[in-house]
Design a protein around this ligand. Structure first.
Ligand code: AMP
Ligand code: ZN
Length: 114
């Protein structure tokens, strides 16, 4: 079975620019940044996406949001604003089947997204 790219990043078998890590999550810079600040927050546990979340993942998902606060401060977008995005499935363009939260900021973001 093919290895999951983001599991490999979390386990540091593939290089990435990790900007935050604790026992539950890892955050790293997106390789194709769509804004001056573009960080991905992932759980260390493999969850393929939003539709695979289970009751027991509530705390983990909440933790990802709390971590986003700290990252927004670290990247100086806490006050000016930032966007959190979780794509789910083909229509949303989910390309990696390991749940991830995009943190985007550092410029004015358009709405609605394309
Ligand atoms: P999504 O389209 O929501 O599945 O987002 C996947 C994101 O992963 C995209 O923004 C990619 O640029 C990013 N990505 C893919 N491979 C890597 C990698 N090796 N390191 C960092 N980010 C990556
Ligand atoms: Zn994975």
């Amino acid at each position: 079975m093919e290895k999951c790219l983001f599991c490999e990043i979390a386990e540091k078998r593939i290089d990435s620019k990790i900007v935050y890590e604790d026992e539950k999550v890892v955050a790293f810079k997106d390789i194709y940044p769509q804004a001056p600040v573009h960080v991905l927050i992932i759980p260390k546990k493999h969850i393929s996406g939003v539709t695979s979340l289970e009751e027991g993942d509530r705390e983990l998902v909440g933790h990802m949001f709390i971590v986003s606060q700290q990252l927004a401060k670290d990247f100086s977008v806490y006050q000016c604003g930032f966007r959190l995005i979780v794509n789910s499935g083909p229509d949303a363009g989910q390309a990696v089947d390991h749940i991830h939260m995009h943190l985007l900021g550092g410029r004015t973001l358009q709405w609605p997204p394309g």
